[in-house]
Design a protein around this ligand. Structure first.
Ligand SMILES: *Cc1c(COP(=O)(O)O)cnc(C)c1O
Length: 381
């Protein structure tokens, strides 16, 4: 079976992790800051805060922006459930903005209309969370401008998009957002097994997220309510969590980040090859936003809704490990119980009805890619 995604682990990666195991620090040592620096170097952001997953990073990003009960958060319905869940975990209400049918990202026109209505009703969101679906940036020029106009804070869910660019800007430089979050789960672009990083240009937000990942505890005497009792002294000044990344994960991340450009170049070459090879088939290839250079986490084709299940099952039977990203969040039972249902976000639902993610990862060989193309041809014949 050719999987839809797969991590790439080199002998250098193995050596990096083994060296940590033989060192004094398994957690809270030098590797986590080194990994954070690798991510800020790649993205151009001023600060990076590494945690044990992107879900954790999204959660502390929302907390750092003060999202709480009585507030609203908006995100895309076409995402992994974690994007929406973190808003509710903060006690906020969550709503969705429908997607653009070609890019699968939040539609700026739908956002503009929804913001205008919300402003009239006095129900503007505190936080907007665009998702860079498949590794292609959402239209951040337009989304960022709208957010500024309405005073909405922005957290980019860039779980798919480390190494992506929009024009000259790397995703994660936070030029049009407050915070940007990356995932390092094994199916994503590069991995720490589990892990996430939040980037920001705001030193206060970075410090707040660094406290929230470690119990809300500080050793900064400037933040304390009384003079230090001595060198051992710390204070808990907020309600925080243990979302820390281990040194093992960070060492793997440092080693993986050194290959980021090569990995994204290979994924891009494979995506371009799919675009060319699939041109004659009865399917829709992913749409591209002008100026966006995707990191190509996923390559999603869309087939006629009536044929999707049969095509999917034929591909699986043919040894092609296809998948579907994503079942719209608002159609999940937990979210239906919050009042959402079919018809709420029709573009997202139409997207889901035809979507199939086909194999795409740095280690996919040209021969295996040709097998995928041939199998798709047979399944659609
Ligand atoms: C993978 C993913 C997450 C969660 O990432 P973890 O690191 O597994 O917590 C969140 N949002 C999106 C869009 C994702 O693809």
């Amino acid at each position: 079976m050719i999987p839809y995604g797969r991590q790439q682990i080199t002998p250098e990666d193995e050596a990096a992790v083994l060296a940590v195991l033989r060192s004094d620090w398994l957690t809270q040592g030098p590797k986590v800051p080194e990994f954070e620096a690798a991510v800020t170097r790649a993205t151009g952001a001023a600060h990076g805060v590494a945690v044990n997953s992107a879900t954790s990073a999204l959660h502390i990003a929302c907390l750092a922006l003060g999202l709480g009960p009585g507030d609203l958060m908006w995100t895309s319905p076409v995402t992994f459930v974690a994007s929406a869940n973190v808003g509710r975990l903060c006690g906020a209400e969550v709503d969705f903005v429908d997607i653009d049918a070609e890019t699968f990202n939040i539609c700026p026109r739908a956002l503009e209309a929804k913001l205008a209505t919300a402003a009239q009703a006095g129900r503007l969101p505190k936080v907007l969370m665009p998702v860079h679906m498949c590794g292609q940036s959402a239209d951040m020029a337009r989304i960022g401008a709208l957010a500024r106009r309405y005073g909405v804070r922005v957290i980019e869910d860039a779980s798919h998009a480390i190494g992506a660019r929009l024009g000259e800007r790397p995703v994660g430089d936070c030029a049009r957002s407050d915070i940007c979050v990356f995932s390092f789960h094994p199916v994503k672009i590069v991995t720490t097994a589990e892990g996430g990083v939040a980037t920001t240009n705001d030193a206060m937000l970075a410090a707040a997220m660094a406290r929230l990942r470690s119990h809300g505890v500080t050793r900064d005497s400037a933040l304390m309510t009384e003079p230090s009792h001595g060198p051992w002294y710390y204070q808990q000044i907020e309600l925080g969590l243990n979302y820390r990344m281990t040194e093992l994960q960070a060492a793997l991340g440092v080693s993986q980040m050194a290959r980021l450009a090569d990995v994204v170049a290979r994924r891009t070459a494979l995506a371009d090859a799919y675009d060319a090879a699939l041109a004659g088939l009865p399917l829709r290839r992913p749409g591209r936003l002008e100026q966006a250079q995707s990191s190509w986490h996923l390559y999603v084709v869309r087939v006629a809704a009536e044929r999707r299940r049969a095509v999917f099952e034929a591909l699986r039977a043919d040894g092609i490990g296809v998948n579907v990203h994503y079942i719209p969040v608002h159609l999940q039972p937990w979210w239906r119980a919050q009042g959402f249902g079919p018809g709420d976000f029709p573009v997202a639902e139409a997207y889901y009805a035809g979507a199939i993610s086909i194999p795409l990862y740095a280690g996919l060989s040209d021969e295996d890619q040709a097998r995928v193309v041939a199998a798709l041809g047979r399944a659609l014949a």
